[in-house]
Design a protein around this ligand. Structure first.
Ligand SMILES: *Cc1c(COP(=O)(O)O)cnc(C)c1O
Ligand SMILES: [Zn+2]
Length: 407
């Protein structure tokens, strides 16, 4: 039976060389990154009827996993696109849509890429997976590997939040805490990938893994009945989410499903703002030596070749980039919870903090429909709990309190 996946080739983003759909992380000719290409003519001819079912694998025709037997799931994708009129009012924008990825199985956008990464690991016959993580990728890759029956070797950031560490410890048998930050380990780990001891579940090069995050664009387009927002604000650590989302919209435009692709905004934490700074200064990215940011998932000082790719997309697509300080990120977290009831983690709300800044600086038109990707749940946030001072009540004091608070 012919597979329903319309993936055709791996294509070098620098020199255009194409390769069949084998396991390959970079271009043989120029070492450029590779991206997946699809049968756009068929997308155009059939239209969104191609899709069936729910969740991430609804979009299997635009994902590179040919064999349905490899399409493992924990229920990822299909997350809500929430219209947020009260927050829009506070920010002074006409319409604000939040793509909230907190409801994913491990609470973050990472589940989209873990699903396709581990599916590809099965497809290419790998016996184990590994990833270097600040916490979210580790949780997610561990969970999907367990689901696939594969052992995983998870390297986690020493300052990862306790809930993330608990989650990783529960789902992997091999949890290793590494010294320093992501950048300190990723370069040497990336070199080890070549030895094929494990399937590369890292963000640096694996096109099959990145592809899962493209479903964000397809979901946003479908949820807006193929009239996507004018602007989409996406988080950038290494750049997978941004690149994959931008390309999803580009595919749909090439297929004639949408009239135009949204303007893409890259959002970073100021303490790890390599892409935003290079964009602002009109330069190439200079790797940053970074310390801690509350947006743990964005703590990459050297986004490598993917960062350069993000920058190229921003410059070609007339996109924008911005960053936000940790206190602005924490303020955005509190505001989102209070105003719209959405409890998201600091990494997840960095987009919102950056959006608020860009609006204040009049870099975005508030008359447009703006969508921000909120990429993680707040339930994995570690912070001081609120006061536990307890009160004992009788009839009278209880009545008085209720009237005082709600009367
Ligand atoms: C990893 C992560 C991101 C972005 O990472 P990219 O590598 O740029 O895709 C965003 N939000 C959360 C919650 C993450 O864990
Ligand atoms: Zn090349």
């Amino acid at each position: 039976m012919k597979s329903d996946s319309l993936a055709e080739s791996l294509t070098c983003i620098d020199c255009g060389a194409t390769y069949p759909l084998t396991y390959r992380l970079e271009c043989e000719r120029c070492r450029g990154l590779l991206e997946l290409r699809y049968d756009i003519a068929r997308l155009r001819a059939v239209g969104p009827e191609l899709f069936s079912g729910s969740g991430l694998w609804r979009y299997a025709p635009v994902l590179p996993i040919a064999d349905p037997a490899h399409r493992l799931t924990l229920g990822e994708g299909g997350t809500p696109l929430l219209d947020c009129p009260r927050l829009a009012g506070e920010l002074g924008v006409r319409r604000l849509l939040l793509k909230f990825d907190g409801p994913n199985p491990t609470g973050t956008v990472k589940d989209r890429s873990s699903a396709t990464a581990v599916a590809a690991a099965l497809g290419f016959g790998y016996r184990a997976t590994s990833v270097v993580s600040s916490g979210n990728a580790g949780s997610s890759v561990a969970a999907y590997s367990a689901r696939a029956g594969l052992p995983s070797l998870i390297f986690a950031y020493e300052r990862a939040s306790a809930p993330k560490l608990l989650h990783m410890a529960a789902t992997t048998t091999n949890l290793i805490i590494y010294k320093g930050v992501y950048d300190d380990l990723i370069t040497i780990w990336d070199r080890l990938v070549e030895e094929r001891l494990f399937f590369d579940c890292g963000a640096s090069r694996n096109a099959y893994k990145q592809e899962g995050k493209k479903t964000l664009a397809y979901e946003i387009a479908e949820q807006t009945r193929w009239t996507p927002p004018d602007v989409v604000v996406a988080p950038v650590a290494v750049g997978e989410t941004f690149i994959a989302t931008a390309r999803g919209f580009r595919e749909m435009r090439e297929a004639g499903w949408i009239a135009r692709a949204p303007l893409m905004v890259a959002a970073q934490a100021t303490r790890a703002n390599g892409v935003a700074r290079a964009f602002r200064d009109g330069t190439a990215i200079t790797p940053l030596k970074i310390g801690y940011t509350v947006a743990e998932g964005l703590a990459a000082g050297d986004p490598g070749k993917k960062g350069a790719w993000v920058l190229r997309l921003l410059r070609e697509g007339k996109g924008l980039a911005g960053d936000a300080e940790d206190d602005e990120i924490l303020a955005a977290q509190r505001r989102l919870a209070r105003v719209e009831g959405i409890w998201a983690g600091p990494t997840g709300v960095a987009t919102l903090a950056v959006l608020a800044r860009l609006l204040a600086q009049k870099q975005l038109d508030p008359a447009q429909t703006i969508c921000a990707i909120i990429s993680e749940t707040g339930l994995k946030t570690e912070a001081e709990p609120p006061s536990r001072t307890a009160i004992a009540f009788d009839d009278a004091t209880l009545r008085r309190l209720v009237i005082e608070r709600l009367g």
